[in-house]
Design a protein around this ligand. Structure first.
Ligand code: IPD
Ligand code: CA
Ligand code: CA
Length: 258
């Protein structure tokens, strides 16, 4: 029932995204001038809440636009009602609904759905990962210098040694393609299905990565914090790769040469 409810919540929220896409809707700013929230983020969130509460009224929910509703439960739903809101607000079809479910603090389900290109990524702990019900796997490349990477940048500039722009600068100067899609959940899923060999980002929130990190792991990839240690979605940095380039990418992000 948990899986069915997750699929239903993700699909119904995606219908909301489709309904309002490229139509007029209200947009406001959160912190910073381009950290947007649209009317559709809130509508998507409400649809997800009602599906969950209908089936599991006692589960804890953490959702980007409404915060956390803590309950006495071993289950916690971690929700990004639109990941890629800036893309969505500009009519760019690289955005998705992302929902992860934790049981006793461990991620057990992840669903990421981009309805604009019809891609539904799903994973259940221990059962692999799928794209539109077909099993997926990470890529096979073994060297960063021949890899295709993706990253993202926070809404407020992080100027520190080995910060987002320094790492980006180093990789680009070495001739390595580093893409920037604008949706961390999709970045992770595209590592999981082998389109990218690695993804890194310096400042994410739990709802950006909760579903996607399980999807990468279940597709055979590796996810750690920026130091290359155990990944916890409640801290900011993330490196997700096919596993083979992981140690090398960790070194580069921490100041090493390409
Ligand atoms: C953002 C996207 C983006 C990432 C940002 C996130 P939002 O989420 O995932 O790719 O670079 O760090 O905040 O605001 O579109 O839900
Ligand atoms: Ca997000
Ligand atoms: Ca969001």
């Amino acid at each position: 029932m948990l899986k069915q409810t997750l699929l239903k919540a993700t699909e119904q929220a995606a219908l909301v995204l489709k309904e309002y896409f490229q139509k007029p809707f209200s947009i406001s700013n959160k912190e910073g001038i381009n950290n947007l929230v649209t009317e559709v983020d809130h509508k998507s969130e409400q649809v997800i809440f009602s599906v969950i509460k209908n089936q599991f009224p006692n589960h804890t929910i953490l959702s980007e636009e409404s915060g956390e509703f803590i309950q006495e439960s071993e289950y916690k739903w971690i929700i990004d009602p639109i990941d890629g809101t800036v893309n969505y607000a500009n009519g760019i079809p690289i955005c998705c609904v992302s929902i992860g479910i934790e049981k006793n603090g461990k991620m057990i389900f992840g669903a990421v759905y981009n309805p604009f290109i019809g891609e539904f990524f799903f994973s259940e702990k221990g059962s692999g990962a799928t794209l539109n019900n077909q099993p997926i796997q990470v890529s096979n490349k073994s060297n960063v210098s021949t890899s295709c990477l993706v990253t993202g940048f926070p809404y407020t500039y992080l100027d520190k040694p080995n910060g987002p722009l320094q790492v980006f600068d180093k990789l680009i100067r070495a001739g390595i393609p580093v893409r920037r899609l604008g949706s961390a959940a999709i970045d992770l899923c595209w590592v999981a299905c082998g389109r990218f060999d690695g993804f890194y980002e310096h400042k994410l929130q739990a709802w950006d990565s909760a579903a996607g990190f399980l999807i990468v792991e279940e597709a055979g990839g590796k996810v750690t914090d920026l130091a290359g240690k155990y990944y916890n979605p409640y801290q900011p940095g993330l490196i997700a790769t096919n596993g083979k380039i992981h140690d090398q990418l960790v070194q580069i992000i921490n100041g090493g040469n390409v």
